[in-house]
Design a protein around this ligand. Structure first.
Ligand SMILES: C[S@@+](CC[C@H](N)C(=O)[O-])C[C@H]1O[C@@H](n2cnc3c(N)ncnc32)[C@H](O)[C@@H]1O
Length: 237
């Protein structure tokens, strides 16, 4: 069985599946002004860990969207057990079911890069209110990433492209975002050394999943200095 990286994440029900993990999520959200009336979208919610944290911590209004029904099922179970109310949607972030100017804040953790980036940013801009905030965590090519390396990474992670920091910045600006800030920047290798994954993660997994995760760690160790991530914060004004 040939699984993609995202298939493997879905099978293991991965949570905090972005550089910096759940610790970074909490740090970013605690820097924002969020209250009971704040409308938030968790874009590419995966198994819903961030959505649940938002509701439990701030009692705010949360919608969550993911293109994979199996991720939505896991998120549904989490919300049921946690007794939290989240409006769940199985859709692509490139074309969402939400009205114009609906959200105060969108958080997209390791999701936008897997999609048609311009379409997703345009959609985020459409559904954000005036003054709304977009927070994204996304994979970034460091300047020294060579074409052949980029091709290998794009094929494994099924990414349409891997943008550099300046290409990401241009894409946000092209879709009308302003006040772009880079809240965090790191290479994936340094991140892995600072917060190593739990060793349990590779135990007793289906062989096909184990192969994909081993390849993921091999790529990080091989290209870890050339591959990075950025936390972007931008406004719709
Ligand atoms: C690396 S996981 C991150 C999940 C979650 N945000 C987290 O940090 O744990 C990427 C997620 O994006 C979702 N995804 C990929 N393409 C998408 C799209 N076009 N629209 C919505 N979700 C998408 C995947 O199904 C997966 O749940």
């Amino acid at each position: 069985m040939n699984l993609s990286y995202q298939d493997a994440l879905a099978i293991i029900g991965a949570e905090g599946a972005h550089p910096g993990g759940f610790a970074l999520t909490k740090q970013l959200l605690n820097q924002e002004k969020i209250n009971r009336s704040t409308m938030i979208l968790d874009a590419g919610c995966g198994t819903g860990q961030t959505s649940q944290y938002l509701v439990k911590t701030f009692q705010c209004q949360v919608s969550a969207i993911d293109i994979r029904p199996e991720m939505i099922e896991e998120a549904k179970k989490r919300f049921h057990h946690g007794k939290v109310e989240v409006s769940l949607h199985t859709n692509s972030i490139e074309a969402t079911p939400f009205d114009n100017e609906h959200f105060d804040l969108i958080i997209a953790e390791s999701t936008t890069a897997f999609t048609h980036i311009q379409k997703s940013l345009r959609e985020f801009h459409r559904i954000l209110k005036q003054g709304g905030i977009l927070l994204t965590i996304d994979m970034t090519a460091e300047e020294k990433l060579e074409i052949q390396q980029k091709k290998e990474l794009m094929a494994f992670y099924q990414l349409p492209d891997i943008l550099t920091e300046s290409e990401w910045s241009a894409a946000f600006e092209q879709q009308g975002f302003t006040n772009l800030q880079i809240l965090k920047s790191n290479t994936v290798l340094k991140e892995l050394m600072q917060t190593p994954p739990s060793t349990n993660r590779l135990l007793s997994l289906p062989a096909a999943v184990e192969r994909v995760l081993k390849e993921h760690y091999r790529l990080i160790l091989t290209y870890g200095d050339s591959l990075g991530y950025r936390v972007f914060r931008a406004n719709k004004l």
